[in-house]
Design a protein around this ligand. Structure first.
Ligand code: FAD
Length: 323
């Protein structure tokens, strides 16, 4: 196969390597495969690729790393000169590097483990406290990893507040458990999503979490203003939303759904750390996650090419080609 663009493993740039929409000179053909229902291991085929991932953001790299481990010959094509999307390290001023995204908050521990990212160079600093949030009247909430220390601070907002805070998150967790789906499987249809919600209380929770807003939900639990100020940012982050925007409670479901999919692996599981506290801070910034993902892909036979934008995908029968 003629090499196209720049191989992120260090290969030379050749024809067609133009970021943002270059047409490949070589057609790639890949059987269309149910990506998440692969057998645990398949003999690696030779020649054409079994799977081509278009886009070398972190999701594309994670997909490629799992496919490689499943024995598929996998290629990642990225239009930009670097991998990682907003997680890529960029030199924004001469000599100054950063990524656009700043938080590894939702990086799944299972993915770190499955793809051996720490083996491939990723290291975390795990600060304690994990966050500090200013509150009115010169007060601070300090997010310690120790749940008891957090409870004491929350209880100081109002008598019984720690119990209400716990009840709020237990409500979300119970709903996630009742859904009976896994974030590690293909996304469910709406029918599949709601099929276990046969009890009235589950249906009400569905309505509140999917169509209600986080302000109303927090008020139903009679949370103190300070507690609401801690929780609301998590429900609106990443969207042009206010706490009154319908659907905002669903943004609090990432951890509950993760825990419903795979139970916690001990008290230090980052998914149990309160609020935004999490996995830890990757040494080298978010780009270090991308570097480790790339190394994991390459170590399992995958290929990664940057500066190669895919303009069209053609399918014929069970085969696809990208160009
Ligand atoms: C400003 C901002 C800040 C954010 N901060 C955070 C944060 O702090 N923490 C967090 O967890 N999330 C953050 N996010 C969200 C996070 O960046 C996205 O959820 C994540 O990037 C999605 O990853 P992805 O791999 O699906 O897509 P992307 O990261 O968008 O990757 C897609 C890749 O595909 C490439 N591509 C597109 N079309 C083609 C084509 N035709 N051919 C070849 N390549 C193509 C793109 O160049 C890109 O590299 C932030 C998002 C933004 C916009």
């Amino acid at each position: 196969m003629e090499p196209v663009g720049q191989d992120a493993s260090g290969g030379r740039r050749t024809a067609g390597g133009r970021p943002g929409g270059a047409v490949l000179h070589q057609r790639f053909r890949a059987p269309v495969t149910g990506l998440l229902s692969l057998p645990a291991s398949r003999p690696r085929s030779s020649g054409r690729h079994d799977a081509i991932i278009i886009g070398g953001g972190h999701n594309g790299l994670v997909a490629a790393a799992y496919l490689g481990r499943a024995g598929l010959k996998t290629l990642v094509l990225e239009s930009r000169p670097m991998l990682g999307g907003p997680g890529a390290t960029v030199e924004f001023m001469p000599g100054y590097f950063s990524s656009i995204a700043n938080s590894p908050g939702s990086l799944e521990p299972k993915i770190v483990r499955d793809l051996e990212l720490e083996h491939y160079g990723l290291t975390f600093v795990r600060p304690d406290p994990t966050l500090v949030q200013p509150l009115a009247h010169d007060r601070l909430y300090v997010g310690w990893r120790n749940p008891a220390r957090n409870q004491a601070q929350i209880e100081a907002f109002a008598p019984g507040e720690a119990a209400r805070y716990d009840a709020f998150f237990a409500y979300l967790q119970k709903f996630a458990d009742r859904l009976g789906i896994s974030i590690f499987e293909p996304p469910p249809s709406l029918h599949h999503l709601v099929r276990n919600l046969t009890r009235l209380e589950d249906q009400e929770a569905f309505s509140r979490i999917f169509f209600g807003n986080v302000r109303d939900l927090m008020q139903e639990f009679e949370l103190a203003q300070e507690t609401q100020a801690l929780i609301a940012p998590l429900a609106v982050v990443g969207g042009q939303a206010s706490p009154s925007t319908p659907g905002t409670p669903f943004n609090l479901m990432m951890r509950p759904l993760s825990l419903a999919s795979l139970k916690a692996g001990g008290a230090q599981d980052p998914r149990l750390i309160p609020l935004r506290g999490s996995t830890g801070l990757p040494v080298g910034g978010l780009g270090a996650i991308i570097d480790a993902l790339r190394a994991s892909v390459l170590a399992h036979g995958g290929a990664v090419k940057t500066g190669v934008g895919v303009a069209t995908i053609k399918t014929r029968g069970n085969a696809s080609s990208a160009s």
